[in-house]
Ligand binder design. Structure first.
Ligand SMILES: NC(=O)c1ccc[n+]([C@@H]2O[C@H](COP(=O)([O-])OP(=O)(O)OC[C@H]3O[C@@H](n4cnc5c(N)ncnc54)[C@H](OP(=O)(O)O)[C@@H]3O)[C@@H](O)[C@H]2O)c1
Length: 269
């Protein structure tokens, strides 16, 4: 891609994005610039990600085609105030901050600046992320196409039309890895209970969940159908499933997504 990208906030997520973009070759390292709030973090981020990083947001934004805002949500208002005079409508802004709407960003920039919003998740760190994108009022198809190409360097990408669903995205794929870790941890604990060494039990649990998830994505089959393939009549798995149903695992997971979404909505207000 022959676009120049400025990442404002080369922290955990911004840094992951920079590394993935230059490593995958989606954007050459020479076309990426970044900023941080402090000189020391700028130096260490430059060394870590192999790109130019400074503390000068204005200089970084100048000449960039896409400006990625990757600072904490609470710093966004002040940052937009600083950037308003220098971002023009021929540039595109993409915000990564949880609970910050495209409307919030649009209202604080010059009229006509296209804004997109993305919600990636933790496994983006290893290229196995899930990023969901939505467009603001001035963003067009070409901007969305560019954003999809960029985030494909971090894993799988999807788009939603209604920004109101972004909080649901936070509750499912944003928080989802944490639910996955609880499941892996608990399965491993089960392995320990029946005599397996902990380290082996953890690998077995993680690979079982990884393999099951990969089959859902690769085959496109309904999860219930794949579950039936493991469950032989009067076999072992059906006993395990009964124990899960007794523990109300379905309701617990549904409620987890619902509760995290409710919290994201509260933060967005
Ligand atoms: N981490 C995730 O998994 C994840 C997932 C989805 C969404 N997000 C969103 O991504 C954003 C960043 O999260 P993070 O976890 O990457 O945070 P982080 O590691 O704390 O990174 C924030 C970065 O922003 C820099 N910064 C702060 N104020 C700045 C300013 N005015 N100008 C330039 N740079 C500035 C910080 O610099 P210093 O280090 O010098 O202070 C730091 O490099 C958040 O809004 C979060 O909601 C994160």
């Amino acid at each position: 891609m022959d676009k120049r990208i400025a990442v404002i906030g080369v922290g955990k997520l911004g840094g992951t994005l920079c590394s993935a973009l230059s490593r995958s070759g989606v954007v050459p390292a020479g076309c990426l610039v970044g900023t941080t709030a402090h000189e020391e973090s700028a130096q260490s981020a430059a060394g870590q990600h192999g790109i130019r990083v400074s503390t000068d947001n204005t200089a970084a934004v100048e000449g960039a085609d896409l400006i990625v805002l990757a600072v904490k949500p609470q710093g966004m208002g002040r940052l937009l105030q600083e950037l308003k005079p220098v971002i023009t409508p021929d540039q595109v802004v993409l915000t990564l901050a949880a609970a910050i709407t495209t409307r919030f960003v649009e209202d604080r920039l010059q009229e006509g600046v296209p804004v997109l919003r993305a919600m990636p998740n933790l496994p983006s760190l290893i290229g196995q992320g899930m990023t969901v994108l939505c467009a603001g009022r001035q963003a067009h198809l070409e901007h969305m196409v560019m954003a999809k190409e960029i985030f494909s360097a971090l894993g799988r990408v999807a788009e939603i039309d209604s920004e109101e669903l972004m909080e649901a995205v936070t509750g499912l794929s944003g928080s989802g890895p944490a639910y996955g870790y609880i499941i892996v941890e608990s399965l491993a604990e089960g392995g320990v209970k029946v005599g397996l060494p902990r380290s082996l039990a953890t690998v077995m649990a993680a690979q079982a969940i990884l393999g099951a998830a990969a089959m859902v994505l690769e085959t496109g089959e309904h999860p219930a159908l794949l579950k039936d393939m493991v469950t032989t009549p009067a076999g072992t798995t059906v006993n395990g499933l009964m124990a899960l149903e007794e523990g109300n695992i379905r309701v617990a997971l549904i409620k987890a997504v619902e509760a995290a979404t409710a919290k994201a909505k509260e933060l967005a207000r």
